[in-house]
Design a protein around this ligand. Structure first.
Ligand code: EZ4
Ligand code: CO
Length: 403
């Protein structure tokens, strides 16, 4: 069997996605996701200009060898653009392997470890009453785990706020990045009040999560973790940037609030110290940014040695193909924690017909051979790429901060 075509499709059905379609001389094809929010065309070029020509003529069944060839063969290892491109290839090749074997990918990995994958959603409101309403909305849909984000008094916006009522949360803006002001002090004073309100009204039945989105220093994060302990969070996400992995020692020494990190990671090396020293509880790397199923499986097995569990990033800015691939991995992984599921714009669900499903707080990848997600190329062509960027944050004095 040989690869005959590898084509990149960049489309914007609600938001931008980079999709790779690999075709073979036997008619079987595979679909992969390489979306990197705000840098989509860099991945598209990496694929089109540097990877696709190298794939033609190769045996698509040699997933491991192709992975090593693209990783070691580039000489320049790691990095979000390179790894998103490798991920797209890897997911497409697992899709092909599943189709050849006539098995869903989770069966190729070793079979299901559970009935379904617990997912968490993103509840948000401009103030506490609105956030509570959003909590109820998702709880009534059956979610067992809900991430709470909320507007902060005295700040015009914060991470995780939807624009306008009932609108899905979508941070990217068309054209240039939006600038937002950030006050650590106001945030730290307010967040415990949000969780106090949720627990007081709804009790402890639903798992609660919160995303700090890299905005605190280690000592501030330690303080927040400590102040949230009475509300028993499932996790506190990205409390501080993780480039310096040793920073998490300080947070860990001060709080038993569980920590989740890694949505911007792109390889096992980004999380090695965090995992080995048991500085985190959940690793959030994804199949689309951290080298596909092949590399994520390696991360999962490594994490299991230290009782760190998977909690993959699953935002709307990764395509439904990524969600499918993640769910196969999650269903198999003995050390699954939870999977993020932010949902998708309606148009994206139409462009990517999918076998995965949601039921009462749990998801399943479906039992279609391969990954179980396709792309309707004709429909995708109706939604051309539109430049869009994530916001940036500045402190109140104008200093550029972590968004
Ligand atoms: O900001 O996916 O946990 N989810 C998040 C996301 C990220 C976006 C970046 O592209 O933090 O909302
Ligand atoms: Co996050």
């Amino acid at each position: 069997m040989k690869i005959t075509h590898a084509d990149v499709i960049v489309s914007c059905p609600g938001r931008n996605y980079v999709t790779l379609k690999i075709r073979t001389d036997e008619g079987v094809y595979g679909i992969g996701d390489g979306t990197l929010n705000g840098r989509e065309l860099a991945v598209a070029s990496y694929l089109k200009d540097h990877i696709c020509p190298l794939l033609i003529g190769r045996d698509p069944q040699k997933i491991e060898d192709i992975w090593q060839y693209l990783y070691k063969g580039a000489y320049w290892r790691r990095g979000p653009v390179t790894m998103a491109a490798i991920s797209a290839v890897d997911i497409a090749l697992w899709d092909i392997k599943g189709k050849i074997a006539n098995l869903p990918v989770y069966q190729l990995l070793g079979g299901a470890s559970r009935e379904g994958v617990m997912v968490y959603c993103h509840a948000t409101g401009s103030d506490i009453p609105a956030a509570l309403e959003s909590f109820e909305h998702y709880r009534d849909q059956g979610f067992k785990a809900i991430r709470m984000q909320c507007g902060i008094p005295g700040m015009s916006t914060s991470y995780g706020l939807a624009k306008g009522n009932n609108k899905a949360y979508e941070p990217a803006t068309k054209g240039k990045p939006e600038e937002q002001a950030w006050s650590t002090e106001k945030y730290l004073d307010f967040v415990p009040k949000l969780f106090e309100a949720v627990r007081e009204k709804y009790g402890f039945e639903t798992h609660l999560l919160h995303d700090v989105h890299h905005r605190l220093t280690p000592i501030e994060a330690a303080r927040l973790g400590k102040s949230l302990e009475p509300y028993r969070l499932f996790w506190l996400e990205d409390p501080t940037p993780a480039e310096n992995q040793a920073d998490f020692r300080l947070i860990r020494q001060h709080t038993v609030t569980p920590l989740a990190v890694g949505e911007v990671f792109n390889s096992i090396w980004d999380c090695k110290q965090l995992i080995e020293e048991q500085l985190i509880d959940y690793i959030r790397a994804t199949v689309t940014h951290a080298g596909g199923i092949t590399h994520m499986r390696r991360i999962a097995d490594f994490a299991a040695l230290y009782q760190v569990r998977l909690g993959s990033h699953g935002p709307s800015d990764l395509s439904p193909v990524s969600m499918g691939a993640a769910l196969h991995l999650d269903l198999w992984a003995p050390n699954l924690g939870i999977q993020e599921y932010m949902g998708y714009p309606e148009a994206a669900l139409e462009v990517f017909p999918h076998a995965w499903s949601f039921n009462q707080g749990y998801m399943h990848p479906g039992d279609v051979p391969g990954i179980g997600v396709d792309i309707d190329e004709k429909l995708a062509a109706k939604y051309p790429y539109e430049p869009a960027y994530l916001p940036i944050a500045r402190l109140e004095d104008g200093t550029l901060w972590n968004w």
